[in-house]
Design a binder for this molecule. Structure first.
Ligand code: NAI
Length: 209
């Protein structure tokens, strides 16, 4: 199934998931594609098309069962299993990630941070230990880690990513402003706030013309 779903649809799924979660929190049991489209600001046909990718969970005249759809999208996104994470780089950004408790609520558990700085190693952030980079291979042998976040200077990121892959990491959440070339079978997701700001700047410029 996974191979046939377009990346555009996959990109939209977390948003569906968030809206459905909010509906569930308000005890909404079912919703039509029209209602969902009004709330989300996308067309009803887009919603139907997107959700038909997964066998069309909607029923004519009934709409979508919110909890069922939420659960199914969660499964597609792999959220039915908790993910253990490490963060490489316990600087400003690494610490901000460690301090953000919503990840844990979503099943993403940060188990350890790693750094090279003697000022940071041995400390903890939000109760999460900061270990030395030299300990990464041993840590990965002894613990199950699904995802490594990279929050170190860009110059160091490619080598560190290669070392992480060698030590068995299969998924990298990359915040360093550089493109990582990783072997097949290793997945990455890049988060670049500056690029997002540049897109916002473009939109702002368009309003000023
Ligand atoms: P920072 O200087 O506060 O922290 C970087 C940390 O990495 C330091 O604690 C340093 O000791 C550690 N470090 C350096 N080399 C290392 C290595 N080889 N192995 C392990 N740790 C190492 O910097 P900040 O502000 O936290 O930014 C970190 C990275 O995230 C930078 O590449 C920055 O450009 C990027 N960044 C990306 C954002 C995004 O939207 N993607 C937003 C903010 C920062």
């Amino acid at each position: 199934m996974g191979t046939e779903i377009s990346s555009a649809v996959i990109r939209r799924l977390p948003r569906y998931y968030r809206y459905l979660g909010e509906l569930m929190a308000h005890d909404v049991v079912r919703i039509s594609s029209k209602e969902l489209s009004e709330r989300m600001g996308v067309t009803a046909s887009q919603i139907r098309q997107d959700l038909n990718n997964f066998g069309g969970f909607g029923q004519q005249g009934y709409g979508y069962n919110v909890e069922y759809l939420y659960t199914e999208i969660g499964k597609i996104l792999g959220l039915d299993r908790k993910k253990e994470m490490i963060v490489i780089g316990a600087g400003n950004l690494g610490r901000a990630l460690a301090n953000y408790s919503d990840f844990e609520r979503r099943g993403f558990i940060i188990k350890a941070l790693f750094d090279v700085s003697a000022n940071l190693v041995g400390k903890s952030v939000n109760g999460i230990p900061v270990l030395h980079m030299d300990e990464v291979p041993k840590y990965l042998r002894e613990n199950t880690v699904d995802i490594a976040a990279i929050t170190i200077p860009k110059e160091a990121a490619p080598q560190v990513a290669a070392d992480l892959v060698k030590a068995g990491i299969k998924a990298i959440w990359n915040f360093a402003p550089t493109d990582l070339s990783l072997p097949e079978g290793v997945v990455q997701e890049n988060v670049h706030l500056t690029e997002s700001l540049m897109r916002l700047s473009y939109k702002l410029r368009a309003t000023e013309e």
